[in-house]
Design a protein around this ligand. Sequence first.
Ligand code: T4K
Length: 376
Amino acid sequence: MIEPFDKMIFVTRPVFPTIEEVTDKLRDIWAAKWITNNGPQHTMLEQELKTFLKVPYLSLFNNGTIALMVACQSLRLSGQVITTPFTFAATPHVLSWNNISPIFCDVDEETMNIDADKIESMITPKTTAILPVHVFGIPCNVEKIQEVADRYGLRVVYDAAHTFGVEIGGRGIGTFGDISMLSFHATKLYHTVEGGALVMHDEHTKQRIDLLKNFGIKNEEEVVMPGINGKLDDVRAAIGRIMLNYVEGERLKRKRLHEVYNEELAEVEGLKLMPTCAANVKLNYQYYVVRIEEEVFGRSRDYVYGAFKNFNVYTRKYFHPLCSEYTCYRQLSSASPANLPVANVITKQVLSLPMYGELTEDDVRKICAILKSFRS
Ligand code: T4K
Protein backbone atom coordinates (compact mmCIF):
# COMPACT_ATOMS: atom_id res chain seq x y z
CA MET A 1 0.00 0.00 0.00
CA ILE A 2 1.62 3.29 -1.13
CA GLU A 3 0.65 6.40 0.85
CA PRO A 4 -0.19 9.57 -1.11
CA PHE A 5 2.36 12.40 -0.95
CA ASP A 6 1.54 14.78 1.89
CA LYS A 7 2.11 17.78 -0.42
CA MET A 8 1.01 18.42 -3.99
CA ILE A 9 3.59 17.21 -6.49
CA PHE A 10 3.28 19.28 -9.66
CA VAL A 11 4.68 18.56 -13.08
CA THR A 12 7.23 21.29 -12.45
CA ARG A 13 8.14 24.09 -10.05
CA PRO A 14 10.01 27.25 -10.97
CA VAL A 15 13.50 27.73 -9.62
CA PHE A 16 13.49 30.60 -7.10
CA PRO A 17 16.55 32.72 -6.33
CA THR A 18 16.85 33.94 -2.74
CA ILE A 19 14.79 37.01 -1.92
CA GLU A 20 18.02 38.76 -0.82
CA GLU A 21 19.59 38.31 -4.25
CA VAL A 22 16.52 39.84 -5.86
CA THR A 23 16.34 42.81 -3.47
CA ASP A 24 20.06 43.50 -4.00
CA LYS A 25 19.49 43.70 -7.75
CA LEU A 26 16.38 45.81 -7.25
CA ARG A 27 18.53 48.29 -5.31
CA ASP A 28 20.79 48.65 -8.39
CA ILE A 29 17.75 49.26 -10.59
CA TRP A 30 16.29 51.79 -8.17
CA ALA A 31 19.63 53.60 -8.05
CA ALA A 32 19.88 53.71 -11.84
CA LYS A 33 16.23 54.79 -12.13
CA TRP A 34 15.96 52.77 -15.33
CA ILE A 35 13.40 49.94 -15.39
CA THR A 36 12.64 49.20 -19.03
CA ASN A 37 13.43 50.21 -22.66
CA ASN A 38 16.93 48.71 -22.89
CA GLY A 39 18.25 49.59 -19.45
CA PRO A 40 21.57 48.38 -18.05
CA GLN A 41 20.23 45.03 -16.74
CA HIS A 42 18.76 44.26 -20.15
CA THR A 43 22.03 45.08 -21.92
CA MET A 44 24.05 42.97 -19.49
CA LEU A 45 21.70 39.98 -19.71
CA GLU A 46 21.88 39.97 -23.52
CA GLN A 47 25.68 39.85 -23.33
CA GLU A 48 25.74 37.17 -20.64
CA LEU A 49 23.24 34.96 -22.45
CA LYS A 50 25.18 35.14 -25.72
CA THR A 51 28.22 33.73 -23.94
CA PHE A 52 26.25 31.18 -21.93
CA LEU A 53 24.36 29.86 -24.96
CA LYS A 54 27.31 30.06 -27.39
CA VAL A 55 25.34 32.13 -29.91
CA PRO A 56 26.52 35.15 -31.93
CA TYR A 57 23.48 37.48 -31.66
CA LEU A 58 20.52 37.46 -29.32
CA SER A 59 17.55 39.74 -28.70
CA LEU A 60 15.54 39.55 -25.46
CA PHE A 61 11.73 39.50 -25.44
CA ASN A 62 8.89 39.74 -22.93
CA ASN A 63 7.84 36.14 -23.77
CA GLY A 64 8.58 33.41 -26.26
CA THR A 65 5.31 33.78 -28.15
CA ILE A 66 5.83 37.44 -29.06
CA ALA A 67 9.43 36.58 -29.93
CA LEU A 68 8.27 33.94 -32.41
CA MET A 69 5.73 36.34 -33.91
CA VAL A 70 8.50 38.86 -34.48
CA ALA A 71 10.77 36.16 -35.97
CA CYS A 72 8.11 35.50 -38.65
CA GLN A 73 7.75 39.24 -39.30
CA SER A 74 11.48 39.79 -39.51
CA LEU A 75 11.84 37.16 -42.24
CA ARG A 76 8.65 38.40 -43.95
CA LEU A 77 7.17 34.91 -43.92
CA SER A 78 3.82 34.52 -45.65
CA GLY A 79 1.58 31.90 -47.29
CA GLN A 80 2.16 28.53 -45.66
CA VAL A 81 4.66 27.36 -43.06
CA ILE A 82 5.24 23.68 -42.32
CA THR A 83 5.17 22.83 -38.64
CA THR A 84 4.37 20.09 -36.14
CA PRO A 85 0.99 19.40 -34.56
CA PHE A 86 2.72 17.99 -31.44
CA THR A 87 3.53 21.23 -29.65
CA PHE A 88 2.17 23.94 -27.36
CA ALA A 89 -0.63 26.13 -28.75
CA ALA A 90 1.75 29.08 -29.23
CA THR A 91 3.55 27.49 -32.20
CA PRO A 92 0.70 27.43 -34.77
CA HIS A 93 -1.02 30.46 -33.21
CA VAL A 94 2.01 32.59 -34.00
CA LEU A 95 1.60 31.66 -37.66
CA SER A 96 -2.11 32.55 -37.60
CA TRP A 97 -1.34 35.92 -36.02
CA ASN A 98 0.99 36.53 -38.97
CA ASN A 99 -1.78 35.60 -41.42
CA ILE A 100 0.15 32.45 -42.34
CA SER A 101 -1.51 29.06 -42.71
CA PRO A 102 0.11 26.34 -40.58
CA ILE A 103 0.66 23.12 -42.52
CA PHE A 104 0.94 20.17 -40.17
CA CYS A 105 3.55 17.52 -40.89
CA ASP A 106 3.62 14.22 -39.01
CA VAL A 107 6.21 13.52 -36.34
CA ASP A 108 8.97 11.01 -35.88
CA GLU A 109 7.91 7.99 -33.82
CA GLU A 110 11.12 8.03 -31.74
CA THR A 111 11.89 11.72 -31.07
CA MET A 112 8.31 13.05 -31.34
CA ASN A 113 9.78 15.95 -33.38
CA ILE A 114 8.67 16.84 -36.91
CA ASP A 115 9.52 13.95 -39.26
CA ALA A 116 12.23 15.48 -41.44
CA ASP A 117 11.67 12.80 -44.08
CA LYS A 118 8.03 13.87 -44.55
CA ILE A 119 8.58 17.64 -44.81
CA GLU A 120 9.27 17.57 -48.54
CA SER A 121 5.90 16.01 -49.31
CA MET A 122 4.15 18.94 -47.55
CA ILE A 123 5.84 21.68 -49.61
CA THR A 124 3.64 23.66 -52.01
CA PRO A 125 4.31 26.81 -54.10
CA LYS A 126 2.98 28.81 -51.12
CA THR A 127 5.45 27.40 -48.60
CA THR A 128 7.90 29.99 -47.27
CA ALA A 129 9.40 28.30 -44.23
CA ILE A 130 9.65 25.35 -41.86
CA LEU A 131 8.88 25.86 -38.15
CA PRO A 132 10.09 22.78 -36.25
CA VAL A 133 10.01 22.43 -32.46
CA HIS A 134 12.73 20.68 -30.43
CA VAL A 135 10.06 18.98 -28.31
CA PHE A 136 10.98 18.26 -24.67
CA GLY A 137 14.50 19.51 -25.39
CA ILE A 138 15.36 16.70 -27.82
CA PRO A 139 17.00 18.24 -30.91
CA CYS A 140 15.28 17.88 -34.28
CA ASN A 141 17.08 16.35 -37.23
CA VAL A 142 18.67 19.73 -37.94
CA GLU A 143 20.85 18.54 -40.83
CA LYS A 144 18.04 16.97 -42.81
CA ILE A 145 15.72 19.93 -42.18
CA GLN A 146 18.36 22.38 -43.42
CA GLU A 147 19.05 20.22 -46.46
CA VAL A 148 15.34 20.27 -47.47
CA ALA A 149 15.08 24.00 -46.74
CA ASP A 150 18.14 24.78 -48.86
CA ARG A 151 16.89 22.68 -51.74
CA TYR A 152 13.57 24.56 -51.84
CA GLY A 153 14.81 28.01 -50.77
CA LEU A 154 12.83 27.94 -47.52
CA ARG A 155 13.59 29.66 -44.24
CA VAL A 156 13.92 27.66 -41.02
CA VAL A 157 12.71 29.13 -37.74
CA TYR A 158 13.12 26.87 -34.71
CA ASP A 159 10.76 26.93 -31.78
CA ALA A 160 13.49 26.16 -29.26
CA ALA A 161 11.28 26.97 -26.25
CA HIS A 162 12.29 23.71 -24.54
CA THR A 163 15.95 23.76 -25.41
CA PHE A 164 17.75 26.28 -23.18
CA GLY A 165 21.44 25.34 -23.04
CA VAL A 166 21.17 22.33 -25.35
CA GLU A 167 24.21 21.84 -27.58
CA ILE A 168 25.06 19.60 -30.52
CA GLY A 169 28.79 18.86 -30.80
CA GLY A 170 29.57 21.91 -28.62
CA ARG A 171 27.44 24.17 -30.84
CA GLY A 172 24.58 26.11 -29.23
CA ILE A 173 21.21 24.79 -30.43
CA GLY A 174 20.11 28.35 -31.20
CA THR A 175 22.56 28.59 -34.06
CA PHE A 176 20.68 26.11 -36.27
CA GLY A 177 18.26 27.45 -38.88
CA ASP A 178 17.77 31.17 -39.62
CA ILE A 179 16.34 32.14 -36.23
CA SER A 180 15.61 30.26 -32.99
CA MET A 181 13.15 31.23 -30.30
CA LEU A 182 13.78 30.53 -26.61
CA SER A 183 11.18 30.76 -23.85
CA PHE A 184 12.15 31.98 -20.40
CA HIS A 185 8.77 31.24 -18.83
CA ALA A 186 8.68 30.38 -15.11
CA THR A 187 8.05 26.70 -15.93
CA LYS A 188 11.26 26.39 -17.94
CA LEU A 189 14.69 25.21 -16.78
CA TYR A 190 15.91 28.81 -17.02
CA HIS A 191 13.49 31.66 -16.54
CA THR A 192 13.03 35.39 -16.18
CA VAL A 193 9.49 34.91 -14.70
CA GLU A 194 8.10 35.56 -18.19
CA GLY A 195 10.47 36.18 -21.05
CA GLY A 196 12.11 34.85 -24.15
CA ALA A 197 14.67 35.55 -26.83
CA LEU A 198 15.47 35.22 -30.49
CA VAL A 199 18.85 34.01 -31.65
CA MET A 200 20.08 35.10 -35.07
CA HIS A 201 23.25 34.96 -37.18
CA ASP A 202 23.97 38.54 -38.17
CA GLU A 203 23.94 42.13 -36.98
CA HIS A 204 21.47 43.25 -39.67
CA THR A 205 18.80 40.73 -38.57
CA LYS A 206 19.42 41.65 -34.93
CA GLN A 207 18.87 45.35 -35.73
CA ARG A 208 15.68 44.60 -37.64
CA ILE A 209 14.36 42.43 -34.80
CA ASP A 210 15.28 45.07 -32.20
CA LEU A 211 13.29 47.63 -34.20
CA LEU A 212 10.32 45.28 -34.60
CA LYS A 213 10.11 44.64 -30.86
CA ASN A 214 10.12 48.39 -30.12
CA PHE A 215 7.23 49.63 -32.32
CA GLY A 216 9.64 50.09 -35.28
CA ILE A 217 10.96 53.24 -33.62
CA LYS A 218 14.41 54.13 -34.97
CA ASN A 219 14.71 57.51 -33.29
CA GLU A 220 12.52 60.39 -32.14
CA GLU A 221 11.87 61.42 -35.75
CA GLU A 222 11.56 58.06 -37.54
CA VAL A 223 9.30 55.00 -37.23
CA VAL A 224 10.55 52.69 -39.96
CA MET A 225 8.32 49.59 -39.73
CA PRO A 226 5.11 48.40 -38.07
CA GLY A 227 6.57 47.01 -34.87
CA ILE A 228 5.09 45.74 -31.65
CA ASN A 229 6.01 45.97 -27.96
CA GLY A 230 8.09 42.87 -27.27
CA LYS A 231 10.55 44.33 -24.77
CA LEU A 232 11.77 42.57 -21.65
CA ASP A 233 11.88 45.00 -18.72
CA ASP A 234 14.91 45.52 -16.50
CA VAL A 235 13.37 43.95 -13.39
CA ARG A 236 12.90 40.64 -15.14
CA ALA A 237 16.26 41.00 -16.90
CA ALA A 238 17.85 41.39 -13.47
CA ILE A 239 16.13 38.23 -12.24
CA GLY A 240 17.38 36.51 -15.40
CA ARG A 241 20.94 37.53 -14.53
CA ILE A 242 20.60 35.94 -11.10
CA MET A 243 19.02 32.82 -12.58
CA LEU A 244 22.08 32.24 -14.76
CA ASN A 245 23.89 31.29 -11.55
CA TYR A 246 21.31 28.59 -10.87
CA VAL A 247 20.76 27.00 -14.25
CA GLU A 248 23.67 24.53 -14.37
CA GLY A 249 22.98 23.33 -10.80
CA GLU A 250 19.32 22.81 -11.68
CA ARG A 251 20.27 20.99 -14.90
CA LEU A 252 22.51 18.59 -13.00
CA LYS A 253 19.83 17.87 -10.38
CA ARG A 254 17.36 17.09 -13.16
CA LYS A 255 19.95 14.94 -14.94
CA ARG A 256 20.20 12.79 -11.82
CA LEU A 257 16.40 12.57 -11.55
CA HIS A 258 16.24 11.50 -15.21
CA GLU A 259 18.67 8.70 -14.38
CA VAL A 260 16.50 7.58 -11.46
CA TYR A 261 13.36 7.57 -13.63
CA ASN A 262 15.21 5.58 -16.29
CA GLU A 263 16.53 3.06 -13.74
CA GLU A 264 13.14 2.57 -12.13
CA LEU A 265 11.07 2.39 -15.30
CA ALA A 266 13.41 0.67 -17.78
CA GLU A 267 11.95 -2.79 -17.37
CA VAL A 268 8.28 -1.85 -17.15
CA GLU A 269 6.41 -3.37 -20.06
CA GLY A 270 4.12 -0.95 -21.85
CA LEU A 271 6.15 2.15 -20.99
CA LYS A 272 8.28 3.85 -23.60
CA LEU A 273 10.88 6.16 -22.08
CA MET A 274 12.43 9.31 -23.51
CA PRO A 275 14.61 8.81 -26.59
CA THR A 276 18.37 8.64 -26.16
CA CYS A 277 20.35 11.17 -28.17
CA ALA A 278 23.72 10.98 -29.90
CA ALA A 279 26.68 11.17 -27.51
CA ASN A 280 27.60 14.65 -28.77
CA VAL A 281 24.26 16.16 -27.63
CA LYS A 282 24.26 18.07 -24.33
CA LEU A 283 20.72 17.86 -22.98
CA ASN A 284 18.98 20.14 -20.48
CA TYR A 285 16.69 17.51 -18.86
CA GLN A 286 13.84 20.01 -18.63
CA TYR A 287 11.04 17.46 -19.00
CA TYR A 288 10.60 13.77 -18.28
CA VAL A 289 7.98 12.17 -20.49
CA VAL A 290 6.78 8.58 -20.72
CA ARG A 291 4.55 6.98 -23.32
CA ILE A 292 1.97 4.52 -22.06
CA GLU A 293 1.10 1.78 -24.52
CA GLU A 294 -2.33 0.82 -23.24
CA GLU A 295 -2.49 -2.62 -24.88
CA VAL A 296 0.67 -3.70 -23.05
CA PHE A 297 0.52 -1.63 -19.84
CA GLY A 298 -3.10 -2.55 -19.27
CA ARG A 299 -4.18 0.99 -18.46
CA SER A 300 -4.69 4.04 -20.64
CA ARG A 301 -2.72 7.27 -20.29
CA ASP A 302 -5.92 9.00 -19.18
CA TYR A 303 -6.45 6.40 -16.46
CA VAL A 304 -2.89 6.93 -15.19
CA TYR A 305 -3.24 10.72 -15.33
CA GLY A 306 -6.41 10.55 -13.21
CA ALA A 307 -5.17 7.87 -10.80
CA PHE A 308 -1.97 9.82 -10.02
CA LYS A 309 -4.15 12.58 -8.54
CA ASN A 310 -5.27 10.18 -5.79
CA PHE A 311 -1.61 10.19 -4.71
CA ASN A 312 -1.37 14.01 -4.85
CA VAL A 313 0.69 13.83 -8.08
CA TYR A 314 -0.31 16.24 -10.84
CA THR A 315 1.15 15.09 -14.15
CA ARG A 316 0.39 16.82 -17.47
CA LYS A 317 -0.65 15.59 -20.90
CA TYR A 318 1.92 17.63 -22.87
CA PHE A 319 0.88 17.71 -25.74
CA HIS A 320 -2.73 16.69 -25.90
CA PRO A 321 -4.81 17.56 -27.80
CA LEU A 322 -2.72 17.95 -30.93
CA CYS A 323 -2.80 21.47 -32.37
CA SER A 324 -4.35 19.93 -35.48
CA GLU A 325 -7.36 18.98 -33.33
CA TYR A 326 -8.10 22.56 -32.20
CA THR A 327 -11.33 23.94 -33.64
CA CYS A 328 -9.37 26.73 -35.33
CA TYR A 329 -7.16 24.29 -37.28
CA ARG A 330 -9.01 21.01 -37.73
CA GLN A 331 -10.57 22.09 -41.03
CA LEU A 332 -7.12 22.32 -42.65
CA SER A 333 -6.44 19.39 -44.97
CA SER A 334 -3.03 18.80 -43.34
CA ALA A 335 -4.82 18.46 -39.97
CA SER A 336 -6.57 15.27 -41.01
CA PRO A 337 -5.64 12.27 -38.84
CA ALA A 338 -4.80 10.36 -42.03
CA ASN A 339 -1.95 12.84 -42.60
CA LEU A 340 -0.75 12.59 -39.00
CA PRO A 341 -0.90 8.91 -38.01
CA VAL A 342 2.12 8.93 -35.69
CA ALA A 343 1.22 12.18 -33.91
CA ASN A 344 -2.31 10.88 -33.34
CA VAL A 345 -0.99 7.80 -31.56
CA ILE A 346 1.64 9.65 -29.49
CA THR A 347 -0.76 12.32 -28.24
CA LYS A 348 -2.88 9.60 -26.60
CA GLN A 349 0.17 8.03 -24.92
CA VAL A 350 2.30 10.87 -23.55
CA LEU A 351 2.44 11.87 -19.93
CA SER A 352 4.85 14.44 -18.47
CA LEU A 353 5.99 13.29 -15.04
CA PRO A 354 7.17 15.64 -12.28
CA MET A 355 10.61 17.06 -13.06
CA TYR A 356 12.28 19.80 -11.04
CA GLY A 357 15.38 20.03 -8.92
CA GLU A 358 13.53 20.35 -5.61
CA LEU A 359 12.29 16.75 -5.97
CA THR A 360 14.38 14.18 -4.15
CA GLU A 361 15.51 10.86 -5.58
CA ASP A 362 13.15 9.20 -3.09
CA ASP A 363 10.26 11.31 -4.42
CA VAL A 364 11.01 10.08 -7.93
CA ARG A 365 11.32 6.45 -6.78
CA LYS A 366 7.94 6.79 -5.10
CA ILE A 367 6.36 8.35 -8.23
CA CYS A 368 7.72 5.37 -10.20
CA ALA A 369 6.35 2.88 -7.64
CA ILE A 370 2.92 4.54 -7.90
CA LEU A 371 3.07 4.37 -11.69
CA LYS A 372 4.05 0.69 -11.63
CA SER A 373 1.21 -0.05 -9.20
CA PHE A 374 -1.30 1.04 -11.86
CA ARG A 375 -0.22 -1.74 -14.24
CA SER A 376 -2.85 -4.37 -14.69
N1 T4K B 1 6.49 26.93 -27.88
C1 T4K B 1 6.50 25.86 -27.07
C2 T4K B 1 6.90 24.54 -27.63
C3 T4K B 1 6.16 26.00 -25.72
O1 T4K B 1 6.14 24.91 -24.91
C4 T4K B 1 5.81 27.27 -25.22
C5 T4K B 1 5.42 27.43 -23.84
C6 T4K B 1 5.84 28.37 -26.10
C7 T4K B 1 6.17 28.15 -27.44
C8 T4K B 1 5.49 29.75 -25.67
O2 T4K B 1 6.46 30.31 -24.81
P1 T4K B 1 6.01 31.48 -23.75
O3 T4K B 1 5.23 32.51 -24.54
O4 T4K B 1 5.17 30.81 -22.67
O5 T4K B 1 7.32 32.03 -23.26
C9 T4K B 1 3.14 26.17 -19.50
C10 T4K B 1 3.84 27.48 -19.79
O6 T4K B 1 3.03 28.61 -19.45
C11 T4K B 1 4.32 27.62 -21.18
O7 T4K B 1 5.33 28.63 -21.17
C12 T4K B 1 4.90 26.33 -21.71
N2 T4K B 1 5.28 26.41 -23.10
C13 T4K B 1 3.91 25.20 -21.55
C14 T4K B 1 4.45 23.88 -22.05
O8 T4K B 1 3.65 25.05 -20.16
P2 T4K B 1 0.76 25.54 -18.64
O9 T4K B 1 -0.56 26.18 -18.91
O10 T4K B 1 0.89 24.09 -18.74
O11 T4K B 1 1.37 26.05 -17.24
P3 T4K B 1 0.78 25.94 -15.77
O12 T4K B 1 0.47 27.32 -15.31
O13 T4K B 1 -0.28 24.93 -15.70
O14 T4K B 1 2.07 25.46 -14.93
C15 T4K B 1 2.50 24.11 -14.91
C16 T4K B 1 2.85 23.75 -13.48
O15 T4K B 1 3.93 24.53 -13.02
C17 T4K B 1 1.75 23.99 -12.48
O16 T4K B 1 0.95 22.85 -12.39
C18 T4K B 1 2.47 24.28 -11.19
C19 T4K B 1 3.78 24.84 -11.63
N3 T4K B 1 3.88 26.29 -11.45
C20 T4K B 1 3.52 27.13 -12.48
C21 T4K B 1 3.65 28.49 -12.33
C22 T4K B 1 3.26 29.43 -13.44
C23 T4K B 1 4.33 26.78 -10.25
O17 T4K B 1 4.64 26.02 -9.33
N4 T4K B 1 4.47 28.14 -10.10
C24 T4K B 1 4.16 29.01 -11.09
O18 T4K B 1 4.33 30.24 -10.92
O19 T4K B 1 1.77 26.25 -19.67
